[in-house]
Design a protein around this ligand. Structure first.
Ligand code: ADP
Ligand code: MG
Length: 339
């Protein structure tokens, strides 16, 4: 008899996990922005070079990390966000897997600088191939800066698989917009190769959507506002006359997390029944606030799918809410700028 099974070393396990978590620079952007939000940041800056292939850096003014945590955050399954399995069913944070930073550190050069608000100095850590190569005490701004350089430097196949800068940038902008739309009360900036792409001030939802999609969007938006004992629905649909041939701006958020749902999309479409010509798609920005223990977001590492306990009720309420708002709009246009 001979035994052949071994436990994989951490850096190999991390590289494998990275295959699921990090598909492209936009995945890094999403993970870092979400970490900044979970850290309570009110201002977040994203810096990119070469569509994120050379650099993705997120700078936040959130709570920062202690020196010990600054090392630990790169370990697999290291998280401050959940403590045991029951917490999985009551999540109030974007993250919870403790996998993102470990994965990223396995496939890129990472430089972390972080300082907690009550500390005089901060910690700087550099990582290559999952190993810490330097650690220093530094003077740095309150909060955290995480720079991810040369993504997939050690996995040429993945690096070659990346698309053109135009396509990769598009994916990043999509992620950035979704996060910025989910958090209008946070200021966001985006710079690409030294040029400012977005400078979004702290704002309300309508103004944030208009800041992203342009002034013309303002007159198109019909507000939604419905509260039941199982959920709250808010946000906007665009008037039917502004529907699009291409499926363009369609966004669902659940507890401030962007999700995809063909089921709920169907509910919206059916509320527009008879109002849209064939082949036209409604534009919508719809936000659900539900008790965290009534959803399961643990379905996939990238977490854009959610399972609802009350899916059927949600469908019916959504459909009725959209119908009602559209009906109100056709009687008396709503132009309230402060919602
Ligand atoms: P998760 O977000 O699922 O917990 P991550 O690997 O993304 O896992 O991050 C690991 C931990 O590192 C987080 O739980 C958090 O405690 C800490 N962390 C990561 N990014 C930041 C940040 N920008 N500010 C403060 N703490 C952070
Ligand atoms: Mg995270």
């Amino acid at each position: 008899m001979s035994d052949i099974i071994q436990l994989l070393p951490d850096h190999v396990a991390n590289q494998i996990a990275a295959g699921e978590v990090v598909q492209r620079p936009a995945s890094v952007v999403k993970e870092l922005l979400e970490n900044a939000i979970d850290a309570g940041a009110t201002s977040i800056t994203l810096l990119l070079k070469d569509a994120g292939k050379t650099l993705v850096q997120v700078i936040d003014n959130g709570k920062g990390m202690s020196t010990t945590d600054a090392r630990l955050c790169f370990e697999r399954h290291a998280t401050s966000k959940i403590k045991d399995a029951k917490d999985l069913f009551n999540l109030n944070t974007k993250g919870f897997r403790g996998e993102a930073l470990a994965s990223i550190a396995a496939i890129a050069h990472v430089e972390l600088k972080t300082r907690q608000h009550n500390e005089e100095v901060g910690t700087a850590i550099k990582i290559e191939g999952s190993s810490v190569i330097s650690q220093d005490v530094v003077s740095t701004a309150k909060g955290t800066s995480l720079a991810v350089k040369n993504l997939f430097y050690n996995i040429p196949a993945r690096r070659n698989f990346l698309k053109s800068d135009t396509v990769e940038t598009r994916h990043i902008i999509d992620e950035f917009q979704r996060v910025a739309m989910a958090h209008p009360d946070i200021a966001f900036q985006l710079h690409h190769n030294g040029n400012e792409v977005y400078h979004l001030k702290e704002s309300n939802l309508r103004k944030r959507i208009v800041a992203i999609f342009g002034n013309k969007m303002n007159e198109k938006l019909v507000p939604l506002d419905e509260q039941t004992d199982i959920m709250k629905i808010r946000g906007f649909v665009a008037k039917p006359s502004y529907a699009k041939k291409k499926r363009g701006e369609q966004f669902f958020f659940v507890n401030d997390r962007f999700i995809k749902s063909s089921y709920l999309n169907h509910a919206v479409n059916s509320a527009f029944d008879g109002l849209l010509e064939n082949g036209y798609h409604p534009t919508y920005f719809i936000y659900f606030d539900v008790p965290p223990n009534t959803i399961d977001i643990n379905i996939h590492p990238t977490k854009t799918e959610v399972k609802f306990d009350n899916e059927k009720a949600l469908y019916a309420i959504l459909r009725a809410t959209v119908k009602h708002s559209l009906g109100q709009y056709s009687v008396a246009p709503v132009l309230d700028f402060n919602r």
